[in-house]
Design a protein around this ligand. Sequence first.
Ligand code: GDP
Ligand code: MG
Length: 163
Amino acid sequence: MSFTLAIVGRPNVGKSTLFNRLVGKRLALVDDQPGVTRDLREGAARLGDLRFTVIDTAGLENETDDSLPARMRRLTERAVDMADVCLFIVDARTGLLPDDRVFAEILRKRAGRVILAANKAEGNAADAGVFEAYELGLGEPVRLSAEHGEGMNELYSMLLPIS
Ligand code: GDP
Ligand code: MG
């Protein structure tokens, strides 16, 4: 059986980088400037022998106030409703920001299965951020580096029971 995975999280945590790695084509824009990718993108993902649909979420990411823009929240909710499982990504380098806790609440209320991932976790500069992710109360974070392809085996083993 195939399944749909939604990649969610605040801007700039590396959602599109992971999406591109899973889909293998540059379907989603990746940019250093938050605010470039928009809306929802769907792709056919491969991870080892797993085949599934992956959704990348984006939204109005360049608002000046630091609270989660309503559009981003609505898009995330749409993606969550389409998905069998959500991959919630936080940035292990910046550590948790208030918006991460907002997303955690949305997922707690709305999503069934949630896999937590701490991205940008290459090297030990990210250790503190990985441990901090436990505070979200969503279980043990998968330690990922979307950019360097690290942690993909662990992600595979989390997705295997869902497939
Ligand atoms: P999104 O807004 O969540 O889709 O984030 P992007 O995928 O656009 O990535 C935002 C920035 O983080 C880009 O500059 C990426 O190159 C960078 N990035 C993504 N994954 C990693 C990672 O594993 N390690 C590091 N150091 N940077 C990353
Ligand atoms: Mg993006």
